[in-house]
Design a protein around this ligand. Structure first.
Ligand code: F6P
Ligand code: MN
Length: 312
């Protein structure tokens, strides 16, 4: 629907959602989550680096940033009035906020927070479901997913089932369209092999690693799921894995808070996701903190990794 008044030349997140005809309640919720993300962005920038969780240079106690981010997001979702229940990686239980509200939100408030003291990029991840418990559902039931990556710039990427779109946070605190309709092509531009310690007892993963080394594929791995998958979404190709083995028999990452939202976004962009057997969008959620192997990115490379891990 065209506006009758004159719109700013830049496209804001709200205007993009409106133009894309995302239903009003979902549009408001995505805006509310974006606002929560701005507070997390601010918390990251104003907490003394390396001192989060102890006292700062003035001797004041500081909450750990992942705990602080969890509190910020939970409070913003409470204020939103659109959220029936939440589940956070930080707490791993289902909490009712507002029984009459239409949505359930699952989130990882600050993924990769151990990278903070090294000043590497980190992120927040969100999955939005119709109201009710996620147990018994699959990530395909999500109506939207989004993440924020806090790097040299703060970038938000969302999908509400009509493509995948990226926004940057400008100087006055508004998310402005950076790139719309992001597409993951069937290209192996880069590889990001997580839980690589698994090669010690998982020969098929070692084989896959050797294939990438022999093919001289470019490695891009920071150890932060959000920037690492964001890299392949923004560049439009590549592969990210975190498979089972060694210390983590099911891989390190969680279906509900981490893999489910990214599977939604990557598949929306034309890529694929797998747990080694099927699309992550079709894996049933039976535990809030269930871990899963993840192979995600360009379609044919996901298929090749799955085949190689099966030993064929
Ligand atoms: O969940 C925390 C996390 O830091 C993710 O962001 C990241 O993808 C993963 O752990 C890194 O795992 P690994 O050390 O096994 O490669
Ligand atoms: Mn995490």
């Amino acid at each position: 629907m065209a506006a009758t008044c004159k719109l700013p030349s830049r496209t804001s997140l709200n205007n993009h959602l409106f133009r894309s005809e995302i239903p009003d309640q979902l549009r408001h919720l995505i805006n509310d989550i974006a606002k929560a993300g701005k507070y997390v962005h601010n918390a990251i920038r104003t907490t003394d680096l390396g001192l989060a969780g102890s006292s700062n240079t003035f001797g004041e106690e500081q909450l750990k940033l992942d705990v602080l981010s969890n509190n910020i997001i939970s409070e913003q979702l409470c204020e939103s009035r659109l959220v029936e229940s939440i589940a956070s990686e930080e707490e791993a239980n289902l909490e009712t906020l507002n029984e009459a509200a239409p949505f359930s939100v699952v989130f990882d408030p600050l993924d990769g927070s151990s990278l903070l003291d090294a000043n590497l990029a980190i992120g927040s991840i969100f999955g939005i479901y119709p109201k009710g418990t996620p147990i018994g559902r699959t990530p395909r039931d999500q109506v939207a997913a989004l993440y924020l990556v806090y790097g040299p710039r703060t970038v938000l990427v969302y999908s509400a089932g009509k493509g995948v779109h990226a926004f940057y946070l400008n100087e006055v605190g508004e998310f402005i369209l950076l790139k719309e309709k992001l597409i993951i092509k069937d290209e192996l531009k880069t590889y990001s092999p997580g839980n690589l310690r698994a090669v010690s007892d998982t020969p098929a993963y070692r084989k896959m690693m050797n294939i990438w080394l022999d093919e001289a594929v470019t490695l891009r791995y920071s150890g932060g799921m959000v920037p690492d998958i964001h890299h392949l979404i923004i560049k439009g190709g590549g592969i990210f894995t975190n498979i089972g083995g060694s210390k983590y028999p099911q891989g390190k990452l969680r279906l509900l808070f981490e893999c489910g939202p990214f599977a939604y976004l990557v598949e929306q962009a034309g890529g694929a996701s797998s747990n080694g057997e099927k699309s992550l969008l079709d894996v049933q959620i039976h535990d809030i903190d269930q871990r899963t192997p993840i192979i995600i990115g360009a379609k044919s490379e996901v298929e090749r990794v799955v085949r190689t891990l099966k030993g064929s």
